[in-house]
Unconditional design. Structure first.
Length: 348
């Protein structure tokens, strides 16, 4: 076995074994001895921008809707996942902390997704809170604070270099940052920064493109955020003029989907909504990676008068990675017009 294969085997050993895992990507597995989220959290910034090693699962997740000089829409994703195998201490390759990076660039005609895997104990990946620095290999999100960061990622074919900045507050999701995911009570700690302004460059096969736009960061950590029977989710982050809407439905093989939503006012004030207040109904599917995936939706939040059609800019936004899923930029039309991102997991 050569060195490259050996290294990949060591990295993959840190990922959940899908054949035995409960829920999508093992997110329904038992938390074991790891900590579990509790109601009424108090976030501490900048400390909570950093890792929480007593929890099993954590991510720093950025999506951005971008526009080129000629009006062409683009989208990017940058995500760093931390997954702990155990609470035991370890150094170098024996560390229980595994890291996974996902990145993508979407145009109306193409979608390129790429990933990196790492073990935290060798300095290949990690996160520091102050000043903020998140990295895996040469991909990075860093700056003086999480309100002002440079975001970079590259594959052999494409790359991006973006600057994200905001003076708005971080927004707690759910009940003050305690986000319930099932009728059984599974939950995560969850906050967002949906107010980033973006400038920068996409490096594409046909040349560099200068872009501007808006980005959305999601921060979550938990130890078993899904119920065992929840097989995947449909997750919407929408820019509706000056207002924002986060909403999701978690599909369940044992019963109805579980939903949650947060309406975010221009000043960052959140209004959370419980199960049943938000709905997302598939209207049209496309054949994507040999499976049928919804690419046009009716999304409603009656309390805010929201009744919109959400449609993919590019149907073929399949993330063909270690844990495959669909994610890409969308348009919003109806009672409110806007743009946003849609993530869908668990479509087999």
């Amino acid at each position: 076995m050569n060195a490259r294969i050996t290294r990949r085997a060591l990295l993959l050993s840190a990922a959940p074994a899908l054949a035995q895992a409960q829920g999508f990507a093992g997110l329904g597995d038992s938390s074991g001895d790891f900590a579990e989220p509790r109601p009424n959290p108090t976030f501490r910034f900048p400390q909570d921008h950093g890792p929480h090693s007593d929890y099993r699962i954590e991510w720093w997740y950025v999506t951005a809707n971008l526009t080129g000089p000629d009006g062409t829409p683009y989208g990017i994703q940058w995500t760093l996942f931390r997954s702990a195998l155990s609470l035991a201490p370890g150094t170098n390759w024996s560390t229980p902390q595994a890291w996974l990076g996902h990145a993508a660039i979407t145009t109306p005609d193409s979608h390129v997704a790429f990933e990196r895997l790492a073990r935290g104990g060798i300095g290949q990946a990690g996160v520091e809170a102050n000043p903020f620095d998140a990295w895996i290999d040469d991909w990075s999100m860093n700056g003086p604070s999480l309100s002002d960061v440079r975001l970079t990622a590259a594959s052999d074919a494409v790359a991006y270099d973006l600057q994200l900045s905001t003076n708005r507050p971080f927004v707690p999701q759910g009940d003050g940052g305690y986000s319930v995911k099932s009728a059984e009570g599974q939950a995560s700690y969850y906050y967002s920064q949906p107010f980033y302004d973006v400038t920068g460059t996409l490096m594409l096969p046909d040349g560099d493109v200068q872009v501007t736009g808006r980005a959305w960061l999601d921060r979550e950590w938990s130890s078993s955020p899904l119920a065992e029977t929840q097989s995947g989710w449909d997750w919407f982050s929408l820019h509706l003029g000056a207002d924002k809407l986060m909403g999701f439905r978690l599909r369940d093989s044992a019963g109805p989907a579980y939903t949650s939503a947060t309406w975010i006012a221009p000043d960052g004030a959140p209004t959370p909504y419980p199960d049943g207040a938000f709905s997302a109904e598939p209207l049209e599917t496309a054949r994507v990676a040999d499976r049928d995936v919804p690419v046009r939706w009716r999304v409603r939040l009656p309390d805010k008068g929201v009744d919109v059609t959400v449609a993919a800019i590019n149907d073929q936004c399949w993330m063909d990675l270690l844990f495959p899923y669909w994610e890409g930029p969308v348009t919003v039309n109806g009672s409110h017009d806007g743009i946003g991102y849609l993530e869908m997991t668990g479509y087999e």
